[in-house]
Design a protein around this ligand. Sequence first.
Ligand SMILES: [Cu+2]
Length: 286
Amino acid sequence: MTAPALRFGLTLLFAATVPAANGPNAHAVARPVAAAPRYDLRGEVIALTPDGNGLIVHHEEIPGYMPAMTMEFLLQGAKAADFREGQKIRARMYESTPGEFKLEDIRTESPGPASALKSGIEHNALAAPGERAPEFQLLNQLGEKVPLERYRGQRIILNFIFTRCPVAAMCPAATARMISLQRLAAARNIKDFQLLSISLDPVHDTPEVLRAYAETRGVDPVNFQFLTGSEATVRRLLAQFGVIAEPSENIWKHTLATVLIDRDGRIRQRVEGANWDPEVFLRLLP
Ligand SMILES: [Cu+2]
């Protein structure tokens, strides 16, 4: 392990294990914010955090301090709402309290080459409400073939996730919202709809992996399927739905979107990110 990686690992360890400022590592907790060293950061906004107070940023290596990674930041002197998925930023980052990182002096980079994340969203025509949802055939978590036509006449709420997602505010939050949507709908006796979560990491997310993921989270399989398929099929669907997933450090950096497909196969509603209110969809499922 290199020295910078070791140092960062220890920082996170302290954050997880030191409960109060009077512990054995009190020097780290009590360190004044003003004294925290600042580091220049370049990265790309992947999403706003679900609470709207921060950004999930995929940043480049910060030499001597931290390897490239995707992580959450609070903001100093800026609001998350000022930023968009896919924006390239430069900022100064610091550890405001152990394990909590902030960005200040954030500048969005001048036009330059268009970000793949941003241009992919903007140039996708099929993802918009009113458009016809693309056809597909995938496998569910039981290994059964699931053609989209199976659900013609029902409403479908569809998103893309991957089971290894390490960013709590991304796929885990999106899946938690899908589950709460399923439970709220059941409590209100709303029927004739399907929740579909397609893996954007199909090589890893086999039906068996998806089944374990669903069961661990208590998903009722009656109307919530996790789907996977060939790499080519999934990449095509991602493009057609305007969701971007790029390989990064053996996982995926990606955007999130959730769409409601109506009984006639047209996209009725689309919400970006993981931070959506289940009521946005429930009120369209009478
Ligand atoms: Cu994710």
